[in-house]
Design a protein. Structure first.
Length: 161
């Protein structure tokens, strides 16, 4: 047995054996670099997700504000419509007699004006609210670009391993 060990120790070391020994010595450094690269990849993916989430937040804020504006306009229209209805109903109880306090055709023009204005505001405000509701409902908040990149990285890692 000692004879075999002496022969192995006396044999010259080949270039291939030297390369294998160097690879074994460099293994901790390679693992360290791999860890750094994985951390850099994760950091990049997180920053991509942050950007996408900021875009989503600005989308919801902008469309939410427009929805609120539409709601305010619709509320104004509803208030004007109620005033118009009140003026119109008040003319129904008026009289044509000259001595009566409520003339029949005096406030009708006001009532029709309020009615038309209120309906216009209701139509415009309701249209804005419905359009913004439809836009918000059709929007997909999932960060698809980040997910696609993560899937590509996963596939790449599978192919490399």
């Amino acid at each position: 047995m000692a004879e075999v060990e002496r022969r192995v120790a006396a044999m010259p070391v080949t270039a291939e054996q030297q390369q294998q020994q160097a690879d074994i010595d460099n293994l901790p450094a390679l693992l360290g670099r791999l860890g750094d690269n994985v951390m850099q990849l994760v950091d990049t993916k997180l920053s991509l997700i942050k950007v996408e989430l900021k875009e989503d937040a600005s989308f919801y804020a902008r469309n939410g504000a427009l929805t609120a504006v539409g709601g305010v306009i619709a509320a104004i229209g509803f208030a004007l419509l109620n005033v118009a209805v009140a003026f119109f109903i008040s003319t129904l109880f008026g009289s044509d007699d000259p001595g009566v306090v409520t003339p029949k055709y005096g406030p009708v023009s006001y009532g029709v004006g309020f009615l038309i204005t209120g309906l216009l505001y209701l139509i415009v405000g309701g249209g804005i609210v419905l359009a913004m509701k439809k836009r918000l409902a059709s929007y997909n908040p999932v960060p698809t670009r980040s997910l696609d990149e993560i899937r590509k990285d996963k596939q790449w890692l599978k192919n490399e391993m």
